[in-house]
Ligand binder design. Structure first.
Ligand code: PLP
Length: 374
């Protein structure tokens, strides 16, 4: 049996006719940049996320960058975030000239530990970027309370968490901004790169739209230095079609996760692994990844043994961001973020895509059991 980490061919097959027709219509119109397809998607995403406003952009990475730019965050400013995330979260902070300040994570959820945040606040701190990792929301009440007390902006990195909920509220509607990625491996993926910023404040939402088009107010009149962060009509159209299916896909992922949990509980693995822990406040986990910890033995050996048996897996992320070469100058050393460092050695993500089958999951769990227990 083959169990790929990801396979969206079945998903596409079901939508192919509708998508191909839509693409063909846009080609006929020869209108590719922004326009009504993008506006339509912005309304749909704002509504889906329970956010006041939304602005389509080129990628999740650019969503983070443009939110920081609109807040005028740059040289001399500090932005607090997690070291256990995709590089883009911290990369965006550096790209605008600010300094990423890392705070260790909660060992159960892998999300930023609010208790640690306050210790890292200085007079230069301007914002917090909590990352809703793997599809589970951070402890947003705690984070928003710290932000309110110290007058900080909260930018949710919801790139892995579209539709996830915190106490019933959707990711991207809880902080000042929400940043989304439509990279093909996310729960809502386009046919290339794409992203979205949601926003609470009307003025800031207008600024996002100005900044994504080189800070242009009216044609060729520039009030700010923005960038080209414009979303394509083709990507927006694909996303509008796929968005209608998103809740079904997320529901399937949740079901798949529950099946894995049961299978692992019934296995001989016991404490050798740890299945995902869902916090009480994370009322809807959308499982962009189903990530377990390998508590005994070698994660990397297990992974290559699984590969030999046809089971794909992923390591998100093998190195904490405070240990990356490019952040050497920030002065962190090994041991500074012990929880994140440990997680990067033990984490392993298993196939959870919506169309994966019970038989496939059985095979994955049995394979892990065979490798680790025999
Ligand atoms: C994917 C991702 C990003 C970046 O999104 P792109 O669309 O690939 O630029 C940022 N943060 C997190 C947590 C992500 O998973």
């Amino acid at each position: 049996m083959q169990v790929p980490l990801l396979d969206f061919t079945q998903q596409y097959a079901g939508l192919k006719d509708e998508i191909v027709k839509e693409i063909s219509d846009i080609c006929d119109s020869q209108r590719f940049v922004l326009g009504e397809k993008v506006q339509k998607l912005e309304h749909e995403i704002a509504e889906y996320c329970g956010a006041n406003y939304a602005c389509g952009v080129t990628s999740g990475s650019d969503a983070l960058i443009i939110a920081l730019m609109v807040e005028n965050i740059g040289a001399g400013d500090e932005v607090i975030t997690t070291p256990f995330t995709f590089f883009a979260t911290a990369g965006a902070i550096s790209r605008v000239g600010a300094t990423p300040v890392f705070v260790d994570i909660d060992p159960d959820t892998f999300n930023i530990d609010p208790v640690e945040i306050e210790k890292k606040i200085t007079p230069n701190t301007k914002a917090i970027i909590p990352v809703h990792l793997f599809g589970q929301c951070c402890d947003m009440d705690a984070i928003n309370a710290i932000a309110a007390k110290h007058d900080l902006i909260v930018i949710e990195d919801a790139c892995q968490s579209i539709g996830a909920e915190y106490k019933g509220k959707r990711a991207g509607s809880v902080g000042d901004y929400g940043c989304f990625s439509f990279y093909p491996t996310k729960n809502l993926g386009c046919f290339g790169d794409g992203g979205m910023v949601t926003c609470k404040d009307e003025k800031k939402a207008e600024m996002l739209k100005i900044f994504r088009n080189h800070g242009q107010g009216s044609t060729y009149i520039h009030h700010y230095v923005g960038g080209n962060f414009r979303l394509d009509a083709l990507q927006a159209a694909v996303l509008s079609i796929k968005l209608k299916e998103l809740d079904g896909w997320s529901e399937a992922r949740t079901q798949n996760a529950a099946e894995y949990n049961e299978m692992f509980a019934a296995s001989k693995l016991g404490d050798k692994i740890q299945v995902p822990v869902v916090a009480d406040f994370a009322t809807r986990h959308i499982y962009n990844q189903y990530s377990i910890l390998i508590k005994e033995g070698s994660r990397d050996e297990l992974r290559s043994e699984l590969m030999k048996r046809g089971v794909g897996s992923g390591v998100y992320y093998p190195l904490s961001l405070h240990q990356q070469d490019c952040f050497k100058d920030l002065g962190y050393k090994e041991g500074d973020m012990p929880v994140s460092e440990q997680a990067s050695k033990e984490i392993l993500s298993l196939p959870i895509f919506p169309e994966s089958t019970t038989e496939q999951r059985k095979f994955v769990v049995e394979s892990i059991e065979n490798i680790m227990c025999d």
